[in-house]
Design a protein around this ligand. Structure first.
Ligand SMILES: Cc1cc2nc3c(=O)[nH]c(=O)nc-3n(C[C@H](O)[C@H](O)[C@H](O)COP(=O)(O)O)c2cc1C
Length: 319
């Protein structure tokens, strides 16, 4: 059992935000599993994302890895709020199992609108947190704000203000995989500027999202969405996508380890209380243990869940 902000996560195992946490029945299945300590929704936006056949996923044949070209959910945030209310209202016994609503926005105003809408539902169900996705690599023409401190800062300012108005709001940041120590230091520096009186508005960081700009050829995956018969050599239609699963594990462990060291050194800013959700190549109970050893308080997975269904969480629990 782990307490992050005002959320109790027990067991300390969650699904990472992903395409398999997209609709009501998928969310209900995750909620009903005794092996998930919280349910994270697919990232949504105020207006929904225009999904087409170029947005898809393929699984590698030689390891438990995936390459996906998805953007955000086609369903609007408002739809997720309705579904979560349906699930929590129908829970047979009152439950504290949290929903973590993954959202994103490219401007401060729509982020404010999103947080306000979530707060309205939180007045009814307190066990709801917000995860701000800074790191989808597949949005054409857009640098993920997690890689662009100048666009990240105003968005984090909106979230920090929301926390100051209501400190019971649990806010997490989904970060991209960083490939150099200076990127981790820079993120911690940004977070420090938002702490006040030794307290951080952000209860956790989730490391990591997929590694963008990655490529697999059609013959490297089990189910090419756009293989040679469709006239393409690539595993996913845009050729490039976000890499996840085993292929990402070492980098994700390195990010969790780096942030754990940096945060524990933050004695004045309150950042040392920021928890880490370790995500990336958690495809076995051993990999989950490695994430915890590197510094994660909670462990999450997407690729294994996509491959195995909700049974993935039983596998990760080691039972
Ligand atoms: C098909 C697919 C869709 C994803 N969609 C999202 C998303 O909507 N929001 C998000 O923050 N991360 C998303 N991710 C990234 C995952 O949350 C996770 O960070 C990444 O896949 C690494 O974990 P894994 O190795 O267990 O797959 C997605 C990953 C996959 C494979």
């Amino acid at each position: 059992m782990v307490k992050i902000g005002s959320l109790t996560i027990s067991p300390s195992l969650v699904n990472a935000s992903c395409a398999w946490a997209s609709d009501l029945s998928q969310l209900q299945t995750l909620f009903d599993s005794p092996y998930t300590g919280a349910v994270t929704t697919r990232t949504s936006t105020v207006n929904g994302f225009a999904e087409d056949e170029s947005h898809t996923v393929a699984f590698a044949s030689s390891s438990i890895s995936s390459l996906n070209s998805y953007g955000y959910s086609p369903h609007k945030l408002a739809q997720y709020l309705v579904w979560i209310e349906v699930i929590l209202s129908a829970a047979p016994i009152p439950t504290a199992k949290p929903f973590i609503i993954s959202i994103t926005a490219s401007d401060a105003d729509s982020l404010r609108v999103s947080v306000d809408a979530i707060q309205t539902l939180r007045a009814k169900f307190a066990q709801i947190g917000v995860e701000f996705n800074t790191s989808c690599p597949n949005i054409r023409g857009t640098t993920p704000p997690g890689y662009a401190p100048e666009s990240l800062a105003p968005l984090l300012g909106v979230l920090a203000a929301a926390w100051r108005a209501d400190e019971s709001l649990t806010i997490g940041l989904k970060l991209p995989p960083y490939v150099h120590a200076s990127q981790c230091v820079s993120l911690v520096n940004t977070l420090r500027t938002l702490s006040a009186a030794g307290r951080s508005p952000f209860a956790y960081i989730a490391c990591t999202n997929t590694l963008g700009n990655s490529l697999l050829f059609a013959e490297q995956v089990t189910d090419p969405a756009n293989g040679p018969e469709a006239g393409s050599a690539f595993a996913v239609p845009p050729a490039l996508g976000g890499l996840a699963g085993d292929a990402l594990h070492a980098l994700a462990l390195g990010n969790v380890y780096s942030f754990a060291r940096l945060l524990e050194a933050e004695t004045e800013s309150g950042l040392r209380n920021v928890a880490i959700v370790g995500i990336g190549g958690v495809t076995s109970a051993e990999a989950a243990a490695r994430m915890r050893r590197a510094g994660a308080a909670v462990v999450g997975c997407a690729t294994l869940f996509g491959q195995e269904g909700v049974h993935a969480f039983k596998i990760l629990s080691g039972e």
